[in-house]
Write a protein that binds this ligand. Structure first.
Ligand code: NAD
Ligand code: MG
Length: 294
């Protein structure tokens, strides 16, 4: 018997305590701490022997996916920024506690050279690669277009779009038939927020890249999909992703009445990675707490 759980009551609701962090932010400093499935995710061998690379795997949605992948039997290499070492160390422990190999590979994805090296290092450590999750993201809320600097615009596109292009290009010659690519898009791809102009544009680009790459790669046996989250409680938000006045009521306008927790979206990444979903390619899967996609 599995106890029925009312999704409205399953996790913390707004209002949240006011909090701000320096970018990129740490999960360990959030109040309440995000739930990445550390206590709850149970694997059943769905990804036994798979070799995964997850960007942004230290915290948030990427951490939840990394934990779930490991508990499903995958070895996991993951990327993060050097400033996130504290969060990354927890993820290494969690992957190893699941009995799988963990390879932490820090570095800045805004460099093409680094992206290429990341893929090479991950392949070498894992002994191959068959599950690529392009998940790292940069988000800086600005009320006016006039406040978006060229530097910000550049970072948003470098982390969210260029890194996906560079990493996928480096990985492609080595991905066997049966491999899977999962990109993290956003509800902003369809419904761009007025204060996330640059970010929303990158997420629309990710949705487009996902569909064109699926058309190109599915005939070679490589499935490509994206996940498009609604509001999730992760360090991206208190470290400049949301204005402080919006953060205290983050997720309040969701039909579920709260933001999602990373643990609630990890099962979607597992589903898309699983070879059992062998006809799933070229689509974008939402997890929005009840806000249909356009
Ligand atoms: P997060 O802060 O936990 O993860 C984002 C990660 O991006 C960071 O941990 C960091 O390691 C990585 N990153 C940022 N800049 C980088 C750089 N220059 N080099 C290397 N890594 C860098 O937050 P999250 O919400 O879990 O974000 C994961 C993905 O989910 C992002 O693509 C984000 O756009 C997307 N998303 C989040 C939400 C949300 O509400 N939290 C909603 C929709 C989509
Ligand atoms: Mg992080």
């Amino acid at each position: 018997m599995v106890a029925l759980r009312d999704p409205r009551e399953a996790h913390p609701k707004p209002p949240f305590p006011p909090q701000q962090q320096e970018r990129p932010g740490l999960a360990s400093r959030m109040q309440p701490r995000p739930d990445h499935g550390e206590q709850s995710y149970k694997g059943s061998g769905r990804l036994l022997g798979r070799k995964a690379l997850v960007t942004g795997g230290d915290s948030g949605i990427g951490r939840a996916a990394a934990i779930a992948f490991a508990r499903e039997g995958a070895d996991v290499a993951f990327n993060y920024l050097p400033a996130e070492e504290e969060d990354a160390r927890e993820v290494v422990q969690l992957i190893r506690a699941a009995g799988r190999k963990a390879f932490p590979l820090p570095g800045d994805l805004r460099s093409e050279d680094f992206c290429r090296r990341l893929v090479d290092d991950a392949r070498e450590a894992l002994g191959g690669l068959d599950l690529l999750v392009n998940n790292a993201g940069f988000q800086a809320a600005q009320s006016s277009l006039l406040d978006i600097s060229t530097e910000q615009f550049d970072s948003t596109f470098k982390v969210n779009v260029y890194a996906l292009f560079w990493i996928t290009k480096a990985a492609l010659p080595h991905l066997p038939a049966g491999a899977t690519i999962i990109n993290t898009a956003s509800i902003n791809a369809y419904d761009p927020a007025e204060d996330l102009v640059d970010y929303a544009a990158t997420k629309a680009a990710i949705a487009s890249l996902t569909k064109s790459l699926a058309k190109q790669l599915t005939p070679k046996g490589i499935r490509v999909n994206a996940v498009a989250p609604g509001p999730f409680w992760t360090p991206l938000q208190p470290s400049g992703g949301q204005k402080p006045e919006k953060l205290v009521k983050f997720g309040a306008d969701s039909p579920t009445g709260r933001p999602g927790q990373p643990a609630e979206i990890a099962p979607l990444y597992v589903l898309l990675a699983d070879s059992a979903a062998s006809f799933a390619s070229g689509d974008i899967y939402g997890s929005t707490g009840g806000r249909p996609q356009g």
